[in-house]
Ligand binder design. Structure first.
Ligand SMILES: *Cc1c(COP(=O)(O)O)cnc(C)c1O
Length: 425
């Protein structure tokens, strides 16, 4: 087989299976093209993408503005390392810091690296500003969290598949129930070694768990009361996905479509990734104000690729698209429409129990057990009907299309989803 021959789907899957580590279980579909809300497989079949690479492709596949920024920069300068300055990084840092309303940004590449960075900043702040005795700091995390795949991060996961036989684990974490404000206060009181509280504003991988109204604001208030950092992992929920620029904006009533003013909850440390590049390139970041970020000094932390000129150029373009195309507003409106269309169907359905989510981060709960393969089989049928989604558990399917979708496309998609679900009634 010559390198440039077009592979069939089967040939492409066989290659991955034979030569690639089996660390994923992909839905059997082989894609070779994407544009906006659509992707195509190697046989030319067109699909709606309802995963958006786990919300990395909020701006749509191959957005021309982002692609052009990447091409222009790739032809000019790709990597200098941070041993030297480059002429793009500062501009990107200024734009993103102002966009999200923080003093400073620390650039990394992947979400997990940004989470690790936030944990390091939090610990250093705890020793040098809060005055916790060295090596005694503890960070509170939530059960059923997903923050990435590094050794430290899986140390505080409770997913046995992600965790088992990867020990010994990193210590210094306390796990509490998500969306339980009393559990948070219990963990905070009488423990002066708590440095921070790391939380997802909506638990995405766990199955799109939306916390109860006011939870994040109360949690933030408790963090202030006990002098610990509120660290928001918005890698999946951030950048317009949930109908606001950030999910921590909650239900704030400001009518600025691209609200970056005073959100309902302002995290002390904000973690972003995924859609920070619109899916074109790995770009992640931690944002914080000077009082916190200033604990990081030369040599404390870094990354060869973090803040490279391509990442910076892509990051600027990706945020401009979010702002100029009013993606938060679109996600808000289409999300409400999506849930209302689904709810009309669910009222008479035996196979779907509920739809939940915010903006265009939603999930349906299938009327079957977590161990069942019903959600998987529904996703195979959705694929056959021209729409790609992936279960997060045996009985939960996440629906997260690119935010550049229009109303006609969304209604076409709800028709496909409902038609498919009816096959399983
Ligand atoms: C995807 C994700 C991460 C990890 O990002 P990677 O780029 O895969 O390392 C961290 N936190 C959340 C909430 C995520 O959804």
């Amino acid at each position: 087989m010559a390198v440039l021959d077009q592979l069939t789907s089967q040939e492409a899957m066989d290659l991955e299976n034979k030569y690639g580590a089996h660390n994923y279980h992909p839905l059997p579909v082989v894609l070779n093209k994407g544009e906006g809300v659509y992707v195509w497989d190697v046989e030319g079949k067109k699909y709606y993408d309802f995963l958006s690479a786990y919300s990395a492709v909020n701006q749509g596949h191959c957005h021309p503005k982002i692609v052009n920024a990447m091409i222009d920069q790739a032809e000019t300068l790709t990597l200098t390392s941070r041993a030297f300055y480059n002429d793009k990084l500062g501009r990107y840092e200024k734009m993103a810091a102002e966009f999200f309303n923080y003093d400073k940004l620390l650039p990394m590449n992947t979400g997990a690296e940004a989470v690790e960075t936030a944990l390091k900043i939090c610990r250093k702040w705890a020793y040098e500003v809060k005055g916790i005795k060295e090596n005694e700091a503890q960070i509170i995390v939530c059960k059923n969290n997903f923050h990435g795949r590094t050794t430290t991060i899986i140390s505080f996961s409770n997913d046995p598949v992600a965790r088992k036989n990867f020990g010994p684990y990193t210590s210094g974490f306390i796990k509490i129930e998500y969306d339980n404000i009393n559990a948070l206060e219990d963990a905070l009181k009488n423990n002066s070694n708590i440095a921070g509280f790391l939380v997802e504003p909506i638990q995405g991988e766990a199955g799109v768990y939306v916390p109860s109204e006011g939870y994040l604001a109360k949690a933030k208030a408790l963090c202030e009361k006990y002098g610990v950092l509120f660290i928001a992992d918005e890698v999946q929920t951030g950048i317009a996905r949930t109908g606001r620029l950030l999910a921590t904006c909650g239900n704030c009533s400001c009518d600025d479509k691209n609200c970056s003013g005073t959100p309902e909850v302002k995290a002390d440390v904000l973690i972003l990734g995924k859609a920070l590049s619109g899916g074109a390139y790995p770009v992640s970041a931690v944002l914080a104000n000077d009082a916190i970020m200033s604990v990081i000094k030369p040599g404390n932390h870094g990354s060869t690729f973090g803040g490279n000129p391509i990442a910076a150029a892509v990051g600027i373009a990706a945020l401009e698209v979010v702002r100029d195309e009013e993606l938060a507003d679109n996600a808000y409106k289409l999300g409400a429409l999506f849930r209302s269309e689904l709810n009309t169907y669910i009222a008479t359905s035996n196979i779907v129990n509920a739809v939940r989510g915010k903006g265009l981060l939603n999930a349906i709960l299938i009327n079957d057990t977590e161990e069942s393969d019903t959600a998987w089989n529904i996703c195979l049928a959705l694929r056959d009907n021209g729409l790609l989604a992936k279960p997060t558990h045996g009985n939960i399917i996440r629906f997260a299309p690119p935010l550049v979708m229009n109303k006609e496309q969304l209604l076409d998609c709800t028709r496909i989803i409902i038609k498919t679900l009816k096959q399983f009634e």
